[in-house]
Ligand binder design. Structure first.
Ligand code: C2O
Ligand code: CU
Ligand code: CU
Length: 547
């Protein structure tokens, strides 16, 4: 692989994120600049921030209560052509500009959010009960973050502000899935329907507009979408006020409180390969606290960051008992000292604060306290439980797959003279569709990671199981495109044995997943969930063919 402008930028972006963070004492990350990248001095560099950035260490921690996003309320009932003779609950979510303090001692931060908050209101659904959401773009005509018009889909002839909502993890029909090119300009709206024909799980909604998803989500366009079902409800897990979404992301925040999004020093190609923040927001706040009772809580952790992965733990070695992953319950609860989440992934954990009355427990990201739980007894009894068995998860038999697709992560095309991100299967977004699974069929997709980094790969529409990861010989691949394995296949970790929709594709490995392609025929997408990658060609359409 020849070193490219892209890799140079990437090295700098990483170094910048790490240095900013290290200076601030926020995280312990090793700088990842590569020597050969540094040699390419003709390449554009990451521009110095145009505004002084906040030093989060200077802020008093745990002075703001953790915001709990409001529950979305149906605005009424409506009919829909897909459900003749029925009326369905109808929700309306307007994307709006707003300002809110991310911390008591900072000026308000201008953001964009659904219903003027970030995270947006939580949508709650029940398995098998469809609902309608009218997504309304009520945003200004101008973007406040730096658009790279050289990126496919973000050209100057398109409106600057475009949005399209996607419910990540939903088995939604193609026309309601938020296809990246189905965007709406300000003043426009679209009504999507969600059948909710799927198991209870923590899903999340977010923007997906072609070429500017990274900026729209960064601006604040995300929220949670919770599917419940009777099977899960019968387990006795913590519910109501004891069942909370906790959406995590990182942002670069200026001393003025403004959101800062990094750019390269080439005004013609401002795109950077990863954006790492100096501040970690929990439900939109920096260093909040939550008053809890000495009992069990269910926390629905969502990684909504552009590129950061989280390594979460509790202070004093308290365990996080993981009960669910992306697509719902695991087979059995899994006590963990640390939970890793890559962008797009979710983990539901139960934390038991019993016996800790009067104490403070903190949630840590790589050792740094980002959220404090203050335990106060209010004399209420905890009737919740975490049963030893949560559900049964039958493994999909690899022999049932009718197709195995070998898909590379990271072949690149620098021919255009612009920093080009890696591609999927060596194809640009706009190349003809090559993945056409048949409805109801089972397929294995093998992700061959040719890069030096992890890419969290997400498929729309389907849930899948992780089969294995196996090291391969990159030289043999580059020389003759043959897969030569250099070691045995490694089975997935216990937390990856449930249903997933986003999988970590490790460098130097072939990561295999298996899925049954249930759902409505049509056009969907699969992509890397590092948002900078996704925006710059690391996304491909796929088509579900009728059975
Ligand atoms: Cu979380 Cu294609 O999305
Ligand atoms: Cu998705
Ligand atoms: Cu990627």
């Amino acid at each position: 692989m020849k070193p490219s402008r892209r890799q140079f930028l990437r090295g700098l972006a990483n170094a910048y994120g790490a240095l900013a963070a290290a200076e601030l004492g926020l995280f312990a990350l090793a700088p990842r600049v590569r020597a050969h990248d540094m040699a390419r001095m003709a390449m554009p560099q990451l521009a110095a921030p145009s505004v002084p950035l906040l030093n989060p260490v200077s802020l008093t921690r745990f002075v703001d209560p953790l915001p709990i996003p409001p529950l979305a309320r149906a605005a009424g009932e409506r009919t829909h052509a897909a459900y003749p003779g029925r009326t369905l609950p109808y929700y309306r979510l307007r994307m709006r500009a707003f300002s809110a303090r991310v911390h008591r001692d900072l000026p308000p931060t201008a953001q964009w959010g659904y219903e003027g908050c970030s995270p947006g209101p939580t949508l709650e659904a029940t398995r098998g009960e469809p609902l309608l959401v009218e997504w309304v773009n009520a945003l200004p005509a101008q973007h406040f973050l730096p658009i790279d018009h050289g990126i496919h889909g973000a050209e100057r002839d398109k409106p600057e502000v475009r949005t399209v909502a996607h419910v990540h993890g939903a088995r939604a029909p193609a026309a309601s899935d938020g296809y990246p090119e189905d965007w709406l300009a300000p003043g426009h709206a679209a009504t999507y329907h969600y059948p909710n024909g799927q198991d209870a799980a923590t899903l999340w909604y977010h923007d997906h507009a072609m070429g500017i998803t990274r900026l729209n989500i960064y601006a604040g366009l995300y929220g949670t979408y919770i599917v419940r079902d009777p099977a899960e409800a019968s387990l006795g897990l913590p519910t109501g006020a004891y069942d909370l979404p906790l959406v995590l992301c990182d942002r670069l925040i200026a001393q003025s409180g403004a959101l800062y999004y990094p750019v390269s020093d080439d005004p013609q190609a401002p795109w950077v390969s990863e954006c790492n923040g100096n501040a970690i927001l929990c439900n939109g706040k920096l260093y909040p606290y939550l008053e809890v009772e000495p009992r069990r809580y269910r926390l629905r952790l969502v990684n909504a960051a552009n590129a950061r992965f989280f390594h979460l733990s509790l202070s004093h070695g308290h365990p996080l008992v993981q009960i669910a992953s992306d697509q719902g319950l695991l087979a059995a609860p899994l006590p963990r000292t640390q939970v890793e989440l890559y962008p797009g992934e979710r983990a539901d954990v139960v934390v038991d604060f019993s016996g800790l009355d009067g104490q403070q427990v903190s949630l840590r990201q790589q050792g740094d306290a980002i959220l404090a739980f203050r335990v106060r007894d209010r004399g209420r009894r905890d009737a919740s439980r975490v049963p030893a068995t949560l559900r049964s998860i039958a493994r999909i038999e690899p022999a049932s797959a009718v197709h195995e697709r070998v898909l590379t992560l990271g072949e690149q095309d620098d021919s255009g003279g612009r920093p080009m991100m890696m591609m999927l299967g060596g194809q640009h977004w706009s190349a003809p569709i090559t993945e056409r699974p048949r409805q109801g069929s089972t397929e294995i997709w093998s992700f061959v990671n040719l890069t030096g980094d992890v890419h969290p790969v997400h498929l729309h529409l389907v849930r899948f199981q992780v089969l294995d990861r196996r090291p391969f010989d990159l030289f043999a691949w580059n020389a003759s495109r043959t897969l030569k394995y250099t070691g045995p296949a490694l089975p997935p970790a216990a937390e990856e044995m449930g249903w997933k929709d986003t999988v970590r594709a490790d460098p130097g490995m072939v990561t295999r997943i298996i899925a049954r392609f249930d759902g409505e025929p049509g056009r969907y997408v699969w992509h890397c969930h590092l948002l900078e990658h996704e925006d710059n060609e690391m996304m491909r359409p796929y088509e579900l063919l009728p059975a």
